[in-house]
Design a protein around this ligand. Structure first.
Ligand code: HEC
Length: 136
């Protein structure tokens, strides 16, 4: 009986440690999931295809497509170059003047035009910005 007690205590410790580790992982997974699903819920890229003709558009849904194609590879949730992310409306709103500056005025972004942004797409960004940079 006396030798059993410490063993029991060890077992209880193990169980508690496992429970703590499990709780920590569940909490981490939940927070990741909530983060992702919050972005998805508020700012999911519209399910429809990339707009065939941007020439008379200035809506946020089209802007999301343009951002996804040309900016999110470097300014998304995972990769945030120069600490800039453009994957949610609140960020796009906050950075709107800088987006205009980089894409339309200076043409520095996308960096080295690595994504092959067209003039029509730059003109679309200008129209979107001049329409008040809508994000809804
Ligand atoms: C290939 C990666 C890449 C892509 C694609 C890209 N960027 Fe950037 N962006 C960077 C890097 C790196 C910097 C910081 C270095 C610099 O400013 O030259 C930056 C900086 C910026 C800045 C801050 C500029 C400043 O100095 O104030 C803005 C705004 C920006 N990007 C917007 C955009 C937008 C909008 C797009 C899409 C049209 C885009 N970027 C696409 C890599 C990229």
């Amino acid at each position: 009986m006396e030798t059993r007690r410490p063993k029991r205590a060890r077992q209880v410790t193990y169980v508690l440690l496992c429970a703590a580790a499990l709780a920590a992982s569940v909490a981490w997974i939940a927070s990741e999931w909530l983060d992702v699903s919050a972005d998805r819920a508020t700012d999911s890229i519209a399910a429809d295809a990339y707009p065939a003709d941007l020439s008379d558009r200035f809506d946020y849904s089209s802007m999301q497509h343009v951002l996804a194609r040309h900016c999110l590879p470097c300014h998304g949730r995972k990769m945030q170059m120069k600490n800039i992310r453009l994957d949610a409306a609140r960020y796009v709103k906050a950075y709107a003047p800088y987006i205009y500056q980089q894409v339309v005025t200076t043409g520095r972004m996308p960096l080295g035009n690595s994504t092959g942004m067209t003039d029509a797409e730059r003109q679309f960004v200008a129209r979107w910005f001049n329409a008040g940079a809508p994000t809804d």
